[in-house]
Ligand binder design. Structure first.
Ligand code: ADP
Ligand code: MG
Length: 386
């Protein structure tokens, strides 16, 4: 069967209206597609630049039906879209990625099991699931198997370090488990991380694949702070990460953009951490530094087009801008950014800056990563200091 090809003029839908949806809208509209966004927030950054913004909950069947009737294909920008909603619209129009892929990526236990089966190596962990009629001694079993220090993570609905607790002994584990509300969790061994990297892969319905260069990611408080490309890791580990991401995309018969996060331990082992069934914060560098951005690529993949060239045109450092950088007068110090001629600024159109809220990012392009890092750090520090 040849996969359907959807050409400019057609209408694309996106479930979710945050920054990833907004950048998808820009890419899609640039290419001549119409875009419908579903998001209940009237101030949605994606909704404000879509052709149509349906302001409703992800579970609202009338809204989902209306969206499906308008769209040739629908994708998502937020991984906690209820998979039942995806199944509901999949009956009416095409949705990528599939509800099955989404369900695996939404669940830490399932994604680790899937990755392991596909031959990847997840961090050693123990699943604490309600359905197994969890007993006090299961916590003990988890502790015995995983050891300390460990990280307790809620099995679903976590992001940007939320729903996670570092625990150093059994008492702390007990307390953390209470605090998380005894929901389904995984207890993971805390790895001595040398470096974190991510690999983004694009796949269309015909099975054509394209891999982006691996990015080196630095986090602060569990939130991505900076991505550095090319990553300063061995070619062998970078190649392994890219291959692993492709293995997962193929095993899932995945369509769209799949981002896979890895840890490199201090003894040089590549561990699978998690995957995201959508464009990823660590792929924002592609907007200025690659032939095809991850958002244009998402359009191409769901429309059945050939994957665009993922070649890196310049070394790049991406820096996230959280609401913390906004001053009481409601603005960051723009002049420190605009004084540089090699910085590309991207803002997400969020009306209000709050601490920890992702407001935008900037990409620094330079001759090499070392030079880009100097500018990125200088500019970021001066934004904080003033
Ligand atoms: P999220 O869904 O919030 O991104 P992650 O599982 O990726 O959750 O964890 C966020 C960050 O916390 C990681 O990028 C890493 O810096 C740190 N972290 C998570 N799990 C581990 C672990 N097992 N060992 C060491 N650090 C970890
Ligand atoms: Mg993560």
């Amino acid at each position: 069967m040849t996969a359907e090809i959807i050409l400019p003029g057609a209408t694309l839908g996106v479930l979710g209206g945050g920054q990833l949806g907004r950048m998808f809208c820009v890419a899609a509209r640039t290419m001549g597609y119409r875009v419908v966004v579903l998001d209940s927030d009237p101030a949605s950054g994606a909704g404000s630049i879509a052709d149509v913004h349906i302001k409703a909950d992800y579970k609202n069947q009338n809204a989902l039906e209306e969206m499906a009737s308008q769209c040739d294909v629908i994708t998502l920008e937020f991984e906690n879209i209820p998979s039942e909603s995806v199944r509901f619209i999949a009956d009416k129009t095409t949705v990528y990625p599939s509800a099955e892929s989404l369900e695996i990526a939404q669940n830490r236990d399932l994604e680790k099991q899937f990755a392991k089966k596909a031959g990847l190596q997840p961090v050693p962990y123990f699943a604490l699931l309600q359905e197994s009629e969890l007993q006090e001694n299961d916590l003990q079993k988890a502790a015995d198997e995983v050891g300390f220090p460990a990280i307790l993570k809620s099995n679903t609905l976590g992001y940007d370090g939320k729903g996670q607790f570092v625990v150093n002994n059994f008492t702390e584990l007990n307390d953390a488990y209470d605090q998380v509300g005894k929901v389904d969790c995984v207890l993971e061994k805390q790895i001595n991380i040398q470096c974190e990297i991510s690999a983004i892969v694009a796949r269309n319905a015909a099975g054509e694949l394209a891999n982006y260069p691996v990015s080196e990611n630095q986090h602060r408080n569990g939130v991505l702070h900076m991505s550095i490309v090319p990553a300063r890791v061995s070619q062998q580990l970078a190649k392994q990460a890219v291959e692993n991401a492709a293995i997962l995309a193929n095993a899932l018969s995945y369509v769209g953009i799949l981002a896979v996060e890895f840890f490199i331990s201090d003894d040089n082992v590549l561990y699978f951490n998690e995957m995201a069934p959508r464009p990823h914060n660590s792929g924002h560098y592609t907007k200025d530094a690659c032939v095809t951005s991850q958002f244009e690529q998402q359009v191409r993949m769901i429309c059945g087009l050939t994957p665009g060239d993922t070649r890196l045109l310049s070394p790049v450092v991406m820096v996230n801008m959280l609401g913390d950088l906004w001053q009481p007068d409601g603005q960051p110090y723009w002049q420190t950014i605009f004084a540089q001629n090699n910085i590309k600024l991207h803002l997400y159109g969020k009306p209000e800056a709050r601490e920890g809220r992702k407001m935008g990012h900037f990409n620094v392009l330079a001759e090499d990563v070392a030079a880009a890092l100097v500018v990125a750090n200088e500019v970021f520090d001066s934004l904080c200091e003033q």
